[in-house]
Design a protein around this ligand. Structure first.
Ligand SMILES: [Zn+2]
Ligand SMILES: [Zn+2]
Length: 312
């Protein structure tokens, strides 16, 4: 197969392309199908060179994809744009490498769809950015302009866990437990679930049914972007306070301004050396007939929450 030129002068490439296309007029008149097709090969290659010449600093297709995303962070980018600047056939694989192996927080439309679908099943009314909701499977968005330094460690951990003979929920929990306090993207969780769309539902079950502190934008850490998850600590909330639906818990947190009623700790103070999280606590215990309704729920940090339960 004909190799591509290494030129990156856009204007020269444009002229070459025009030339090739006007010569193709003769090929079109040929009876031989293969000759017609082969006449188009240099046109394709030159067009790709023209696309990759848009970002001449990127040495590889993967570099150019990254450079382009970094120019437009927090913006929904059509995969076709990445195809143009990458100038290579397997651009989609390079995007996957960037987001899974290299730790760039690039969320794909497919993963966003899983998340939104899970919210709809839960009948949660969660404010989602209009941009994200309109994302097509082939769209991408860069959520953080910095590379995640622990990505290499997580990539190893994800690959090992992915192959274990466990349920998807247990695999995701194990991955969280090995990466406490890290910002983990939905892409990684989807990868561990071998791309099964149920990953989003399993994550919700870990939080709402089993009481694990899986924080997201809408479940305790409002400053996180959609699609990023933080496992705050390896501790389940007290049994009596589990089975609280996400949107009810969020309504309680919002009412209490994301602040612990007892000590005043707020979700904005979260840091890795003091990794607390907010929980909803039944004022009248559920076991004593207290209802799981907003009026009977209070916001507490996990430290104060444990103190309250010990007192009982
Ligand atoms: Zn507290
Ligand atoms: Zn409680």
């Amino acid at each position: 197969m004909a190799r591509r030129s290494q030129q990156n002068n856009p204007e020269e490439l444009r002229l070459q392309l025009l030339d090739l296309l006007s010569n193709f007029e003769n090929n079109l008149k040929l009876d031989d199908l293969r000759q017609r097709v082969r006449g188009l090969v240099p046109v394709f290659n030159t067009l790709r060179d023209l696309g990759s010449s848009m970002l001449p600093d990127g040495e590889s297709g993967r570099d150019r994809i990254l450079l382009y995303l970094l120019r437009f962070p927090f913006t929904v980018i059509d995969g076709q744009e990445l195809m143009v600047v990458a100038g290579i056939d397997d651009w989609a694989r390079r995007v996957r490498e960037l987001r899974v192996e290299h730790g760039w927080k690039i969320l794909s439309g497919v993963t966003v769809k899983d998340i939104v679908q899970d919210w709809l099943e839960e009948e949660s009314i969660i404010p989602i950015d209009a941009d994200l909701e309109l994302m097509q499977p082939d769209d991408y968005i860069l959520l953080d302009a910095n590379q995640d330094r622990e990505a290499a460690h997580r990539w190893k951990s994800a690959n090992r866990i992915r192959k274990l003979n466990l349920s998807i929920k247990d695999k995701i929990l194990l991955f969280f437990q090995e990466n406490i306090g890290n910002a983990i993207s939905g892409e990684e969780l989807r990868y561990i679930a071998k791309n099964k769309t149920e990953w989003a539902r399993r994550v919700r079950e870990l939080r709402t049914e089993e009481g694990w502190p899986v924080l997201t934008k809408t479940t305790g850490m409002p400053e996180l972007p959609v699609g990023i998850y933080v496992f705050a600590s390896n501790r389940q909330s007290p049994k009596d306070d589990r089975a609280i639906k996400d949107d009810l818990r969020r309504a309680v947190f919002v009412r209490d301004s994301y602040t612990c009623l007892d000590c005043g700790w707020t979700a904005h103070q979260w840091n890795r050396s003091d990794p607390r999280n907010l929980e909803a606590h039944h004022e009248i215990p559920h076991s004593k007939g207290g209802q799981t309704v907003k009026e009977n729920l209070n916001t507490l940090c996990n430290v104060c929450h444990d103190v309250r339960h010990r007192k009982k």
